[in-house]
Write a protein that binds this ligand. Structure first.
Ligand SMILES: *Cc1c(COP(=O)(O)O)cnc(C)c1O
Length: 229
């Protein structure tokens, strides 16, 4: 697999989307989701220039973290993007640089406790269930203000913005209202003083819908299959 070529194509798509809406492509970070590939392929992804890597399970990430060449591993920022069980927090925290999936108060409390214990604040995103699907985790938009209020007390949980998952669909346009809803929620929370001006991250968009997500303001797109398959 030629990751350089694929990456060029994806960057061109992102640049096109940015041009259409007047955004700077520099403000969009690609998080390469490496759950489908092995350690060697993951090293090649990093060598192609992608240094933000996402995994949704610790057991799948660990062999890569331990097996990659040191000069490659030291360039990587690891993003935890999946459902996070409370009991796994202590193992995830020391190994990841970001957590995209803070979806309940009890999880934030555990992150606060464990991050304080190792003395390292961790950048986090609040997962919001914008679409309201039963099957999706995340706060309902209406629950977000109270959560942000509570999270202010947690000095080792750095809330940097929001994350959402759009409904699975063949038509990326169906995801647009979900992405727009997340952006509007962020802007409202900043306007109400519940989020700092600088906490603007929007982790949204996957292989099937990332172009629409960028048009709607994504600052991180989580790309798996479009990159590696
Ligand atoms: C697997 C996964 C992705 C990437 O999905 P693709 O459709 O393969 O790009 C993004 N986000 C999360 C949370 C995932 O689990």
């Amino acid at each position: 697999m030629d990751y350089e070529t694929r990456l060029q194509e994806i960057r061109a798509e992102i640049a096109g989307a940015c041009l259409r809406v007047g955004r700077d492509p520099e403000d969009v970070r690609i998080v390469a989701v490496t759950k489908y590939i092995d350690t060697e392929q993951t090293e090649n992804v990093v060598r192609a220039g992608l240094t933000d890597l996402g995994e949704n399970r610790l057991q799948v990430a660990l062999p890569k973290m331990e097996g990659m060449a040191a000069d490659v591993q030291e360039r990587v920022r690891w993003h935890y993007i999946g459902n996070l069980q409370t009991k796994k927090v202590k193992d995830v925290l020391p190994r990841f640089d970001w957590i995209h999936s803070v979806d309940r108060l009890s999880l934030a409390e555990e992150i606060q406790k464990r991050a304080a214990a190792i003395g390292r604040p961790i950048p986090c995103l609040v997962q919001v269930n914008v679409s309201g699907e039963e099957s999706k985790s995340g706060f309902a938009p209406g629950e977000v203000p109270a959560f942000l209020q509570a999270a202010r007390e947690m000095d080792f949980v750095e809330i940097r913005g929001f994350m959402t998952m759009a409904p699975v669909s063949q038509d990326p346009e169906e995801a647009r209202p979900v992405f727009r809803g997340l952006r509007e929620l962020r802007d409202e929370m900043i306007a109400r003083g519940l989020l700092p001006q600088t906490s603007r991250e929007l982790s949204m968009g996957m292989s099937g819908d990332y172009v629409v997500a960028v048009e709607e303001g994504a600052t991180m797109v989580r790309l798996g299959s479009v990159l590696v398959k």
